[in-house]
Design a protein around this ligand. Structure first.
Ligand SMILES: [Zn+2]
Ligand SMILES: [Zn+2]
Length: 575
C-alpha cells in the first residue's frame, strides 16, 4: 500500500522564521498533507528544529545561555509561529532532544564506515591552548586575507563577504579568550561522496524524474562532488560513536550530517509515542513509501544529492526522495525579508489584525513556485477583498442569510422536476470549474488557489443568473430549488477549501448545518450531474456570519508605512 512520508525543512534553532519560510517549506507541505488525507491516503508529516552547530554555540555563548536552553527557546518560538499558521505536523521534535536522534545518527556513521564510505584524514586546525579546544572557524578572529580587515571572522569576512580559511589568516585570536591559537594536527572523517556517486547515486539521480528547477539547479554538481568532512572538534552535538572513534576524543558529528537524520529519528520517536515502535519502518523502509521533502531552493543539493547518498550508503533499505518540491525565494514589498534589518512582518501584530486563513490563502496564491515572488500589502488586500470576501464569503452570507430570513433557516427543498434544469445550469452554463487537488498533487499551489476561486465564481454566476431573491415572489418552489442548489455548491466549496483554509472551511461547513469536521469528509473531486447532491433538505443552518473581513486602504497604507519606519529606524542604530 502506498504511503507518504512528508517532511518540511528543519528550521535552524537560531532565530525566528518569517512568512518567506512559511510559504517556502511549511504551508505547501501542510496543504499537500491535508489534501492527501481527505483523499484517503496514509500520510506521516514530520518536522522539528535543527539544533547543533557553531552558529548556535556562538550565539548562545554571547548571551550567556546554556546551549540546551538556547535551542529550547527557539524550538518553542518557531513552533508557536508555525501554530499561528495552522501547520499541523504529526510529530514535532528537535535534534538535541529527540530520544532516538543520537543513537540513530551514530548508527548512520557506523554503517557508512563499515560499508567503506568514510575516510579519515589528518589536517591542521587552530587550537586554543588556554581553552584547551580546537577552534571552529567561527571561533577565530583575525585579519582578512582578501581586504585586510582586522576583525574578520574565521569563516567569513563581515566587510568584504569573502569566505576565509583561518589557517591562512594573520594575527589570529581565540574568540572566547583572545589568546593566539596554535596550529595542531587533528583527525576528521569524510563522507566519500565520489565513491557513492560512482556506485549508485549518479545512476539514481539521472534516472529520477526531477522537476526542471531541481534538475537545473543540480547541473554539474554531481561531477564536482568531493569528500565532505562529517566530524568536528567541539562538545555540542552527537558524539562520534566510541566503537568507531579509534580512541579519538572530543569529536562530534558535523551539524549538516546529523540534521537530516532528524527526519528518521523523529519518525522513530513518533512511532514509539503511538505505541507501535516499528511503525516508522512502514514509511522509511518500505519500497511503497513515497518520501517528499518540502524545502527552499537553498537546500536542493543537500536533499537531492548529499542526504540520498547517506541513505544509500547505510544500506538499510531506506527509501530515497520521491519528490523534492523546492520553492524559490519569497520577498517582502520590493526587498528581502530580513529579521536583523526589521524588514519583516511581526507575527503578533499581524495576527492581531488579520486572519490566519486569509494569510495562508494569499501566501499560496503568491507562492514562489517557479520564480522569486513577494508579499505585497496591496496584493494581500485585493486578494482578501476580492477573492475571499467578495467571491467566497459574500456568496455564502448572501445565500444563507436569505434562507435564514425566508425559509426558517432550513435548507430549502429541491423539487425533483427542477433538479435536471438547475444541474445543467450550474454544471454546464456558469463557467469552468475543476479539482484543486489535481494541482496540489502536482505541487502547483498557485493554480490550486486560483482553481478554488474559479469554483466559487461558478456559484456566483449561478445565483446572479437564477436570482432566487426575485423568484421567491413569483415561483417560491423554484426559488427553493435554486437555493438548495446553491447550498449544495457551498458544501462542495467548504470541502475544496479545507486543505487551504481549514478554519474557514469548518466555519462554512457549520453554517450549512453540517456536523463533524469537514476535514474528515472524503475529498469531493468534481461534481457530476445526477450524483453530486448530498444535502438533506430541512437541515437547520448553523449561525450565519461573515467569513472574511475586508481590509480598507488606510490599513494597508499604515502597514507599508510601518514597514518603512521599522527598516529605517534600525538602519540608523548601530548593530
Ligand atoms: Zn575582507
Ligand atoms: Zn581561547
Amino acid at each position: 500500500m502506498t504511503r507518504y512520508l512528508v517532511t518540511s525543512a528543519l528550521p535552524y534553532a537560531n532565530g525566528p522564521i518569517h512568512f518567506g519560510h512559511i510559504t517556502g517549506a511549511y504551508l505547501p507541505a501542510d496543504v499537500y498533507v491535508r489534501t492527501l488525507r481527505m483523499q484517503g491516503e496514509d500520510v506521516l508529516y514530520l518536522c522539528g528544529t535543527d539544533e547543533h552547530g557553531t552558529a548556535i554555540t556562538v550565539n548562545a555563548e554571547q548571551e550567556g545561555s546554556p546551549y540546551a536552553e538556547y535551542v529550547a527557546r527557539w524550538r518553542t518560538e518557531i513552533k508557536a509561529a508555525l501554530d499561528r499558521f495552522s501547520i499541523a505536523f504529526d510529530h514535532w521534535s528537535g535534534t538535541s532532544i529527540s530520544p532516538d536522534h543520537a543513537a540513530t545518527s551514530q548508527e548512520f556513521f557506523r554503517r557508512l564506515d563499515q560499508n567503506g564510505y568514510l575516510e579519515k584524514r589528518k589536517g591542521e586546525q587552530l587550537y586554543c591552548p588556554k581553552d584547551r579546544m580546537f577552534l571552529a572557524d567561527r571561533y577565530v578572529l583575525g585579519t582578512c586575507t582578501e581586504c585586510g580587515y582586522e576583525q574578520a571572522r574565521g569563516n567569513e569576512c563581515p566587510r568584504c563577504g569573502k569566505e576565509l580559511d583561518p589557517l591562512r589568516m594573520q594575527n589570529t585570536r581565540c574568540k572566547v579568550c583572545g589568546t593566539t591559537p596554535e596550529k595542531r594536527a587533528t583527525l576528521h572523517w569524510y563522507l566519500d561522496l565520489p565513491k557513492l556517486r560512482d556506485e549508485s547515486l549518479g545512476a539514481w539521480f539521472r534516472a529520477h524524474p526531477w522537476k526542471p528547477n531541481v534538475a537545473g539547479f543540480i547541473g554539474n554538481l554531481l561531477d564536482d562532488l568531493a569528500p565532505r568532512p562529517i566530524t568536528r572538534d567541539m562538545s555540542w552535538g552527537v558524539p562520534v560513536p566510541e566503537d568507531r572513534s579509534g580512541g579519538e576524543k572530543g569529536k562530534v558529528l558535523y551539524v549538516w550530517f546529523d540534521a537530516p537524520i532528524g527526519y528518521v529519528s523523529f519518525a522513530q520517536e513518533w512511532a514509539r509515542a503511538t505505541g507501535r515502535p516499528d511503525a516508522w519502518k512502514d514509511y522509511w523502509q518500505s519500497p511503497e513509501s513515497r518520501l517528499v521533502h518540502f524545502i527552499g531552493k537553498d537546500n536542493i543539493s543537500f536533499h537531492c544529492v548529499v542526504f540520498p547518498a547517506m541513505l544509500m550508503g547505510v544500506r538499510q533499505g531506506y527509501v530515497l526522495p520521491w519528490q523534492v518540491p523546492a520553492n524559490e525565494f519569497y520577498n517582502l514589498q520590493g526587498g528581502k525579508f530580513s529579521t536583523s534589518d526589521k524588514r519583516t512582518i511581526p507575527l503578533e501584530e499581524f495576527f492581531a489584525r488579520y486572519d490566519a486563513d486569509a494569510a495562508r490563502f494569499y501566501l499560496l496564491a503568491s507562492a514562489p513556485e517557479t520564480a522569486d515572488s513577494e508579499w505585497r500589502w496591496q496584493d494581500f488586500q485585493s486578494c482578501v477583498n476580492a477573492s475571499l470576501a467578495d467571491t467566497m464569503g459574500n456568496l455564502a452570507t448572501r445565500v444563507l442569510r436569505f434562507i435564514d430570513k425566508n425559509f426558517e433557516g432550513r435548507i430549502p427543498p429541491l423539487d425533483p422536476d427542477h433538479a435536471p434544469g438547475f444541474d445543467r445550469t450550474i454544471l454546464e452554463e456558469c463557467g469552468a470549474f475543476g479539482d484543486p487537488a489535481e494541482h496540489v498533487r502536482e505541487f502547483h499551489f498557485r493554480r490550486a488557489a486560483e482553481q478554488l476561486v474559479q469554483n466559487a465564481t461558478v456559484a456566483n454566476v449561478f445565483v446572479d443568473r437564477v436570482a432566487p431573491w426575485a423568484l421567491r415572489k413569483t415561483d417560491p418552489a423554484r426559488a427553493a430549488s435554486a437555493l438548495n442548489t446553491a447550498c449544495e455548491w457551498l458544501a462542495w466549496l467548504a470541502r475544496w477549501m479545507a486543505p487551504m483554509m481549514p478554519t474557514k472551511a469548518q466555519a462554512l461547513w457549520a453554517m450549512l448545518g453540517q456536523t463533524g469536521p469537514v476535514a474528515a469528509q472524503p475529498w469531493p473531486g468534481v461534481p457530476k450531474s445526477g450524483t453530486w447532491r448530498s444535502l438533506r433538505a430541512g437541515t437547520k443552518l448553523g449561525e450565519v456570519s461573515g467569513l472574511f473581513a475586508k481590509i480598507d486602504d488606510a490599513t494597508i497604507a499604515a502597514e507599508i508605512e510601518a514597514l518603512e519606519r521599522r527598516a529605517a529606524g534600525e538602519a540608523t542604530t548601530p548593530r
